[in-house]
Design a binder for this molecule. Structure first.
Ligand code: HEC
Ligand code: HEC
Length: 504
């Protein structure tokens, strides 16, 4: 099918409309993201669905350090990781998208740049999109979990790595444009296709004002969940055009996407340990975008335990550069004395959460003024999702496993600290900083991203797109304080400790 010919005069309209949708998904606006994508050869991409043994399951009962509490394990449904990947890549869990009949037009317009395909999937879609049938029988293309949960690490696309080059800022105005363009497609598309794109545009318009962080690279997923809950009846899951609950504040509390390779050790999901009981059912809440009936949700749930098993099998990528073995051995001693009681080690993980006044990192996410406000927690627990899962966040943060932290910069739950070296010496953390968004621009000594320290923050930068390239730690939710557990170490101890962390 020749898209340009078929769509004739509608082609420009379509290309414009689709660039918004797919641009959102791939974060194409992000500075240097394109260069990074281009540098990646699809053949370099590795996917490893090997199931690892339950290496870490530490049930030893030891007293927790002061200010910390151990999180209990809940029973999980076991599944087949290979089937889980298939569902992630081809499943209908988001429930809506752009009619597949428009895909050739988007492809011809070059909207996907050089984004590589998903390894293990034999179609021409970029990795962050999936093709599936909606309940009304229309084949659509929509974003999948890898939009946020795949990322470039040292130039390679790694599934399960955090998508830290996404830029959701400016989404609302783009979506407003998209919706008016969709209107012009009436008559150009057949009725079933038009109904689907209209539905997708309506949902995107409802959420867009609530999912725009101030900085590129941080993620609005928690606010996205909250605004979607606000539009749904918890029992029937029916969508309401008008919100049924007060929406969350439009100011996003930013989060850094966590890597999936931590989940095999973690007893709970999320930075605040909110995700309890049946994790598979919590993971599928991404589907609240367009899954509008309990029947459809139950069908997704019946298979989502396979997705959980896939996620549990995602391996941490090994550090690919030289490690100074002598320094690493010295670093292990420093680690065991200062860090292991909270973070665990190579073969144990205590699953602790740390009270806010002990960890003292930015409190906005933990105090739950917005996305974790009581009405959203109550919505979840009273809903279809709460039948087997529980949402119960704590007033603090989980101390995460530190495997492959070289591959998940920047650091802390809000991504406010660019390197481990600056995390371990709080006096050196930059107040205003910028990175290149090139995943090969790594600081191997400090462990993390190379960064530039700036003298000015958002208040002094007039251009919105320039502002989004600057991480301003004075903004609410973006603070870089706390976690001062490395401050008392000597520079030599810190260097050794970083060398050891590369081995985890
Ligand atoms: C819009 C971006 C986005 C999409 C799409 C998305 N996630 Fe996430 N995911 C996040 C963010 C951000 C967090 C961290 C939230 C927090 O802890 O507060 C997260 C957390 C998680 C966690 C918990 C990780 C941990 O260490 O606690 C899992 C598991 C997960 N997501 C699975 C999925 C699956 C499966 C899908 C698709 C059905 C999906 N996500 C879709 C952004 C996204
Ligand atoms: C009292 C418990 C505790 C101690 C001791 C501790 N940490 Fe942490 N650590 C945490 C918590 C909790 C977080 C998450 C904080 C947040 O995201 O706001 C964290 C986060 C981190 C992160 C960022 C992880 C990421 O991907 O964002 C690194 C790296 C880290 N710690 C390393 C260390 C090292 C190295 C030491 C030893 C010098 C140490 N920690 C000591 C509790 C602790």
């Amino acid at each position: 099918m020749n898209g340009r010919k078929q769509w004739g005069f509608g082609g420009a309209v379509l290309a414009g409309a689709l660039s918004v949708v797919f641009g959102v998904a791939c974060g194409g606006d992000t500075p240097a993201a394109g260069a990074d994508v281009a540098a990646t050869d699809a053949r370099d991409i590795e996917m490893d669905v090997e199931v690892e043994g339950d290496a870490v399951d530490d049930d030893t009962v030891l007293p927790s350090p002061p200010g910390t509490t151990a999180l209990p394990a809940d029973a999980q449904r076991d599944g087949d990781p290979a089937r889980g990947f298939e569902i992630l890549a081809k499943g209908a869990y988001v429930g809506c998208g752009v009619p597949a009949s428009l895909f050739p037009v988007a492809q011809q317009a070059g909207l996907f740049g050089d984004a590589p395909p998903l390894p293990g999937r034999d179609d021409s879609l970029p990795y962050f999109l999936s093709r599936f049938d909606t309940p009304s029988g229309v084949e659509v293309i929509g974003p999948n979990c890898f939009t946020c949960h795949a990322g470039y690490v040292n130039g390679e696309l790694v599934l399960g790595a955090p998508g830290t080059n996404l830029d959701f800022g400016g989404l609302a105005s783009q979506i407003a444009g998209f919706q008016s363009q969709v209107e012009q497609l009436r008559g150009l598309l057949n009725e079933a296709d038009f109904t689907e794109i209209e539905r997708f545009a309506e949902r995107m318009s409802a959420v867009a004002p609530y999912v725009q962080p101030e900085v590129a690279g941080v993620n609005p997923a928690d606010n996205l969940a909250a605004i979607l809950f606000a539009h749904r009846d918890p029992k029937t899951l029916a969508w309401s055009k008008e919100p049924l609950l007060a929406p969350p504040p439009a100011i996003v509390v930013p989060v850094d996407v966590p890597p999936w390779w931590r989940m095999k050790d973690k007893h709970t999901m999320f930075y605040t340990a909110g995700g309890r009981a049946d994790h598979a059912r919590i993971m599928m809440t991404a589907s609240t975008l367009c899954v509008d009936t309990v029947e459809d949700a139950a069908a997704i749930d019946a298979e989502f335990h396979h997705v959980r098993s896939y996620i549990e099998a995602v391996p941490p990528p090994a550090y690919p550069f030289d490690i100074d073995a002598v320094a690493a051995a010295e670093g292990r001693v420093v680690y065991d004395a200062n860090c292991a009681h909270c973070h665990g080690g190579p073969d144990s993980y205590p699953n602790l959460w740390v009270e806010l006044d002990v960890i003292d990192t930015d409190p906005a996410l933990a105090v739950g003024g917005s996305q974790f406000a009581d009405r959203f927690i109550e919505w979840f627990n009273a809903s279809f999702y709460g039948e087997t899962a529980v949402f119960a966040p704590v007033n603090g943060y989980v101390a995460p496993p530190l495997s492959a932290i070289w591959a998940s910069a920047p650091y802390l739950h809000n991504g406010s600290v660019p390197t481990v070296a600056t995390l371990l010496d709080s006096s050196t953390r930059p107040t205003y900083w910028r990175r290149t968004f090139d995943s090969t621009d790594l600081d191997l000594e400090g462990l993390g991203f190379n960064f530039e320290t700036l003298d000015v923050g958002h208040a002094d930068v007039p251009s919105a797109s320039a502002r989004r390239t600057i991480y301003d730690t004075t903004l609410p939710g973006y603070g870089n304080g706390g976690h001062t557990f490395g401050d008392h170490l000597t520079p030599t101890e810190r260097r050794a400790l970083i060398e050891y962390l590369k081995t985890l």
